[in-house]
Design a binder for this molecule. Structure first.
Ligand code: PLP
Length: 464
């Protein structure tokens, strides 16, 4: 019998579809933990190759018990989009087509789709149309690409070419960052030689918003090249910095303003919510995720820079063997860190087509509505305290005003597996953190989750 090497594709498609049909009602906690998964996968390095169909069937059999139901409608951990089936299907094709998306001459369709998505995303988020967009793997990388552009440009204005000469002997750059910035932005600062600790920390309010007067005072003391890093969507509270107040301060000081908007920037897509990020379009660069509120599959993000020349100077790759573009055309690799990479634009394109401008706005608004209702209902539970309201899609709550009781309640919710919520630390206290970021979540899912949380807390309380 001859073996058809393409059969693994249909086996995978069937398994994927079966999984997604089950997941809507699935328990939200995987049955098997890491150790159990490792035990199933661990085996000596295979000496001989196997057969594709059997390998894919084995993968499904071994992995599925440890696949966390992140696409389920009552999954509220971290900040996770739903990996929408349309985006997933486009992503399958991306792999099947096997395009190396480095270059527009080599991969014309992938490059053209990126160019279109780049324009759409600026329009969708209300960002300056002259900006350039790199499609990268996640907000961590998107922020790093933007900060590399910032680093190059603020030094160029000070008469230094960091792309050619590096940082040794360069004028010092002052980096200012809010006290409640996301941990991954510091990774970017490390990669770029700017130092995770060598920053001026700007004080924030009790929800994590940068205080404009603190920024103004710090800018008043700074000399030379300066980068200010703000954020839309604090990871715990969801609040955004007051861009309307801080952008003019940065402009007056000649500082580059970058915004980490991994999920919060999507408020700009909603006419009802865009006031929460008012003034965000005045920044110089923005990083945001597709795999959060655009519901694309993992992974995909946008590195957006107002000054295209600065973006290109920081990222462009040229080599004699690479077909050169010229003529103002957009080469995908001119805006990202990698040369060879996945054509993520296909999934982005599919999701924007799936939702449209109205669909994106409606989904963001619906998630925020569910978060607000859940927060209000959980706050009404006897013994629960709302630590921060749902300004957007995130909120936090404590139980019995104790770390131990709060953590026990979270663990109980996870064990009961009707919904998934996670822990976080905020202002020195452990909290239950809820993030609503899925197009699959309905108000009914919110109500079921509130009941699950109430039941879990009652069990914890009964145990004493
Ligand atoms: C505000 C913020 N910035 C950055 C990140 C990192 O994003 P990614 O995991 O896509 O790299 C996150 C992730 O949740 C985030 O919420």
């Amino acid at each position: 019998m001859t073996i058809d090497p393409l059969t693994p594709l249909s086996v995978a498609a069937t398994a994927a579809e079966a999984y997604r049909r089950r997941i809507a009602d699935a328990e939200t906690t995987p049955v098997d933990d890491y150790a159990a998964c490792l035990a199933r996968f661990a085996e000596p390095l295979p000496e001989r190759g196997g057969e594709g169909e059997a390998i894919i069937r084995e993968l499904v059999a071994k992995a599925e018990g440890g696949i966390r139901a992140m696409t389920a409608p009552r999954f509220f951990g971290w900040v996770i989009g739903s990996s929408h089936p349309t985006g997933v299907a486009a992503d399958w094709l991306t792999s099947a087509w096997g395009q190396n998306c480095a270059n527009m001459k080599a991969a014309p369709a992938a490059s053209a789709v990126e160019a279109v998505v780049a324009e759409w995303i600026l329009e969708l988020l209300g960002l300056p149309c002259e900006s350039s967009v790199g499609i990268v793997s996640g907000a961590t990388v998107a922020n790093t690409v933007c900060l590399a552009s910032a680093r190059g440009e603020v030094l160029r204005r000070a008469g230094w070419d960091v792309e050619a000469d590096g940082l040794f002997g360069a004028p010092e750059i002052t980096v200012m960052i809010g006290a409640d910035a996301h941990a991954t932005v510091f990774s970017g600062l490390r990669y770029l030689g700017l130092g995770a600790k060598r920053v001026v920390t700007i004080a924030t309010d009790d929800l994590g918003r940068m205080l404009p007067n603190a920024l103004e005072a710090a800018l008043g003391k700074a000399h030379g090249p300066t980068i200010v890093i703000a954020q839309a969507g604090q990871i715990n509270t969801g609040v955004s910095d007051p861009f309307d107040a801080i952008a003019p301060l940065c402009r007056a000081a000649g500082a580059w303003l970058h915004v980490d908007g991994a999920f919060g920037l999507w408020a700009a897509a909603s006419p009802k919510l865009k006031h929460l990020v008012a003034g965000i379009e005045q920044a110089d660069s923005w990083g945001t995720d597709g795999h959060k509120w655009l519901q694309t599959p993992y992974d995909g993000s946008f590195a957006i820079v107002r000054d295209e020349a600065a973006h290109r100077r920081a990222m462009e790759i040229t080599a004699s063997y690479l077909p050169s573009v010229g003529g103002g055309e957009r080469d995908p690799s001119a805006y990202v860190m990698e040369l060879s990479r996945r054509a993520r634009g296909f999934a982005m394109w599919a999701m924007i087509k799936q939702l449209g401008r109205e669909g994106v706005a409606g989904m963001v608004e619906a998630d925020v509505e569910v978060a607000r209702e859940m927060a209000a209902e959980i706050a009404a539970i006897d013994g629960a305290t709302l630590v921060c309201p749902a300004e957007i899609n995130q909120f936090m709550v404590r139980f019995g005003d104790s770390d131990a009781l709060t953590l026990a309640t979270i663990e109980q919710v996870q064990r009961d597996a009707i919904a998934f919520v996670g822990p976080s630390e905020w202002r020195g206290q452990w909290v239950m953190r809820v993030s609503v970021c899925s197009i699959a979540t309905t108000p009914e899912d919110g109500r079921i989750t509130v009941d699950a949380v109430r039941a879990a807390w009652e069990k914890v309380r009964a145990r004493g």
